[in-house]
Write a protein that binds this ligand. Structure first.
Ligand code: AHM
Ligand code: MG
Length: 313
């Protein structure tokens, strides 16, 4: 049942809101466990070691101590939740099978601390989570049963969807997540653009699209953190984020399973869209766990316009 705007002052908490979605108890429990893990991750972000871990991930990127710690915090919570059978994160080389397949279990793909290299300059970062029912993670994003992110900024917020709208919760002084915005919706078009990657490596179609955005007076809003950049577009209800194919990186930079799929699910739930330039992100059948895809995500008409420029090429 939708809550009246005024009722948020009674602090509807995440668990109560999830229970009202008529989803199974295991999924309520799982999302609450991830939200709890976020409290330890923000503590690590605020006070933890900013150095390198001395290891690298599947993508050959140097792991920071904070990446490793955040991954450990979330993984442990997922394993002990009792409702998860497979786990995969940006910091893991392979899927971790936690339990034998059984009814009512979930698989979780996550990026524990996206944008971690921004912590040392005190910019916002986040955790991104994709949830499927059953134990297979190599499935199109369309089959996700839930997606969420936790944004660690000046405030901590959690945005989730279980396929029944997109809702934002903000952490209060007692570290409880309380409802701040319900049923977030996006306008058909907006005037914010958030372009990732190096412009001198864009193909001609993307370059023309950026010139079109500049000419129409769209505002450049790019922090280098996928979670805060998407959060801005989603909560303002307008704009487009892209991390296109680059000269030398034909699949861009962002990972399908734990970055793009959950964000595409949330944005579509809010009335927006997400494409890799050819097909909707959520319809891509992944071939491998570390798959990268280019992305254009945000207001429907803006994504459509980007595709027009790409197709003209
Ligand atoms: P990460 O998962 O290693 O932190 O990388 C993902 C981040 C995103 O938050 C952001 O959109 C993108 O990388 C920016 O990358 P770059 O600055 O390298 O273009
Ligand atoms: Mg990431």
């Amino acid at each position: 049942m939708p809550h009246e705007p005024g009722t948020t002052k009674f602090q509807i908490d995440l668990r109560r809101h999830l229970r009202e979605q008529n989803i199974c108890d295991n999924l309520v429990h799982l999302i609450c466990e991830i939200a709890e893990a976020g409290k330890y991750v923000i503590n690590a972000v605020r006070t933890g070691d900013l150095g390198v871990a001395g290891t690298s991930n599947l993508y050959g990127e140097e792991q920071l101590a904070l990446d490793v710690l955040s991954d450990r915090i979330i993984k442990k919570r997922l394993i002990h939740s009792g409702v998860v059978c497979s786990i995969l994160s940006e910091e893991m080389d392979e899927v971790l099978n936690v339990k034998p397949e059984a009814d009512g279990l979930y698989s979780v793909g996550y990026d524990p601390l996206d944008g971690s290299s921004l912590v040392d300059v005190n910019l916002a970062v986040g955790t991104i989570v994709s949830i499927h029912s059953g134990c297979t993670l190599l499935k199109p994003g369309r089959s996700q049963v839930a997606a969420l992110y936790i944004l660690y900024g000046p405030r901590v917020s959690l945005v989730y969807s279980v396929g029944k709208g997109v809702h934002e919760f903000t952490m209060n002084h007692l570290m409880e997540y309380t409802l701040t915005r319900e049923n977030i919706t996006m306008q058909p078009a907006g005037n914010i653009y958030s372009p990732g990657g190096l412009r001198n490596k864009y193909c001609e179609g993307v370059e023309k699209f950026v010139r079109y955005l500049e000419a129409k007076g769209a505002k450049l809003r790019y922090s280098g953190g996928f979670v805060p950049d998407i959060n801005q577009i989603l909560l303002k209800g307008k704009g487009i984020f892209m991390y296109p194919a680059l000269n030398g990186s034909p699949k861009g930079k962002l990972r399908l399973l734990f970055e793009l799929n959950p964000m595409a699910y949330l944005i579509e739930q809010a009335g927006g869209s997400a494409s890799n330039g050819s097909i909707p992100i959520l319809d891509i059948m992944p071939d491998e766990i570390g798959q990268l895809e280019p992305v254009f995500i945000g207001c429907k008409d803006d994504v459509e316009k980007a595709l027009e420029f790409l197709n003209e090429e």
